[in-house]
Design a protein around this ligand. Structure first.
Ligand code: FES
Length: 130
């Protein structure tokens, strides 16, 4: 089966060290977010804190990073996560991980891999069947 990808953004829309939320499937909320960890590196996770099922993490649109920019932060109860692997290193869910989402950089564009998303109960959605 061929891998399916969906364009998310131009890479330069996310400055190095900053984050951006996305609603690639039109759910009316940012279901995932991307952190640009370097000039040519990004990580992406579901916008769902492991502390409370379904809890969104940003306090404001695209604000997923701690004040010092070193960690991903959940503003629900202050959990801090390592950007590189989503491990919670401080807070009520210490030792748990964010759920990674696969993204790829192609040229100047950022793409989301749809296959993983579509294997987790979302097969009925239009974007998974296209
Ligand atoms: S909901 Fe994220 S730390 Fe509590």
């Amino acid at each position: 089966m061929a891998l399916r990808w969906q364009r998310l953004a131009r890479l330069d829309e996310i400055p190095v060290g900053e984050s951006k939320g996305f609603d690639p499937h039109g759910e009316g909320r940012d279901s995932l977010f991307v952190v640009r960890t370097g000039e040519a590196t990004v990580v992406a996770y579901r916008n769902a804190c492991p502390h409370v099922s379904g809890a969104r993490m940003a306090w404001k649109k695209d604000r997923f990073m701690s004040g010092d920019g070193r960690h991903i932060a959940c503003f629900g109860h202050g959990a801090l996560f390592r950007p590189e692997d989503g491990l919670c290193v401080s807070g009520p869910c210490q030792g748990q991980h964010l759920t990674a989402v696969e993204v790829a950089i192609r040229g100047e564009e950022l793409y989301l891999r749809l296959d993983d998303v579509c294997h987790e109960g979302a097969m009925q959605r239009e974007f998974c069947n296209g």
